[in-house]
Design a protein around this ligand. Sequence first.
Ligand SMILES: Cc1cc2nc3c(=O)[nH]c(=O)nc-3n(C[C@H](O)[C@H](O)[C@H](O)COP(=O)(O)OP(=O)(O)OC[C@H]3O[C@@H](n4cnc5c(N)ncnc54)[C@H](O)[C@@H]3O)c2cc1C
Length: 392
Amino acid sequence: MKVETLIIGAGAAGMMCAAHAGPGALIVDHAKAPGEKIRISGGGRCNFTNLHTSPANFISQNRHFCKSALGRYTQWDFIDLVEQHGIPWHEKTLGQLFCDTTARDIITMLQAEMDKAGAQLWLQTDVGEISHDGSNFRVMFSRDGRATTVTARNLVVASGGKSIPKMGATGLGYQIAQQFGLPVITPRPGLVPLTFSDDRFKPLAGVATSARVTANGTSFDEAILFTHRGLSGPAVLQASSYWHEGETISVNLSPKMNLLGTLQRQRQADGRKALTTVLGQHLPTRLVDHLGDELDLQGNIADQSDLRLQTLCDALENWTLTPGGSEGYRTAEVTLGGVDTDALSSKTMGAKSVRGLYFIGECVDVTGWLGGYNFQWAWSSGWAAGREIAKS
Ligand SMILES: Cc1cc2nc3c(=O)[nH]c(=O)nc-3n(C[C@H](O)[C@H](O)[C@H](O)COP(=O)(O)OP(=O)(O)OC[C@H]3O[C@@H](n4cnc5c(N)ncnc54)[C@H](O)[C@@H]3O)c2cc1C
C-alpha cells in the first residue's frame, strides 16, 4: 500500500498532524482506541491548554526551539477549534482550561477533524521494520495477524514518551531517531512524585499544604501532598522535572506569609499558647507534630526568643530534603529528554538530515510544565508538521 504521509502514534500530536497533513494520511497505533492519554488526562476532563502558554513554560536543552511552533499555532487557535466544535470548557486555576463534561469531547473533535481531512486510522497495528530508500519510507506492520507493508513519502513519528507503559507507551520514537542517526537526549520521568528511601513521611500520608518547592533554582508555589513513599502534589510534580538523582530540593512551608513577623505578633498577643498550637494555625497539625521532634517545638510561644523564632522560621522556610528517587515511568505524566532538537527544524519539526522524516509531541526534547502545556506542545508541533506536509 502506498500513502503520501504515514503517522505513527494516534495520540494528541499524531491526530492533530493527521488533521492538517492534507489528503492521503494514514495514522497507525497499536492501541485499541486513539487518544488514550487524552481520555485519562486532567482527571477525565483533559486540561487541554493553558491561557498563559509561553516558551518559558517548557524544558529543553534548547529553550528557543519551541518558540516557532507555539507562536504559529497558539493556545487561542486551539480554543477556537474547541469552540467551533461546541465543546463547553472552563478555566480551573492558573489559566488551566478543562472540558466541562469529558475529555472524550477532545478525542471526538480530533477524530472529526481527521475525517474531514480524509485521514485513515489503523488501530491495533504493530510497527515492524522501517527503511528508507532515499525518497520513500517503507514500514512493515502486523495487523489482524497479517503482515502489511506501507510505502510513504513522509513519515511522522508521534509515538510519545515512555510514561505509563501500562497504557502502551514505548520508546519507539527514540529507536526510530537513532536508526536514522538523530541524537536523543537521555529520556527520564518528569511530573512525577518523589520518593525517599526511608519511611519518614508514611505517618503524614494524605496531608496536603501549600508550599514553594525549589529544584535547581526553579520554584513552584502550589500544593504539596505527603504520600506513603514521599512527596507529590502539583508543586512537587513541577519541581521533579528540574530535579536530578542525588540533588536536594528545598521546601518553603510558608511561601506567602511573613512567618517570623506573624509569630512575633502572636507571642505578644497569645504568649501562653503552646508553640505547636500556634504553628498549627498556619500548618496542618499532623505536619507540626511530625516536625516536633526534628525542630524541638517545646514550650509556649512566649518562651521563644527572637533568635529561636528566627531559627525555626529558617528551618520551615528552607526545609532541605534529598529524595532517593521518583516513582518513575509507572506514574510520570511526561518524559523529559527525547529527540535532540538540534537535529530538527523548529519551523516544520522535520529532521534536518532525512527529508520527509518528522518528530512531534512528547518524543521530542520539549517538555511542558503541569497545567495544559504538554497538550499545547502536542497541538502546536503536530500542526507545524502537518502544515508543512500539506504545503509540500
Ligand atoms: C495521567 C496523565 C494525565 C495527563 N494530563 C495532562 C493534562 O491534563 N494536560 C496536559 O497538557 N498534559 C497531560 N498529560 C501529558 C500528555 O498526555 C502528553 O504530553 C501528550 O499526550 C503527548 O502527546 P503525544 O501525541 O506526543 O503522545 P501520546 O498522547 O502518548 O500518544 C502516543 C501514541 O503512540 C502510540 N504508540 C506508542 N508506542 C507505539 C508503538 N510501538 N507502536 C504503535 N503505536 C505506539 C500510543 O499508543 C499513543 O496512542 C498527562 C499525562 C498522563 C500520563
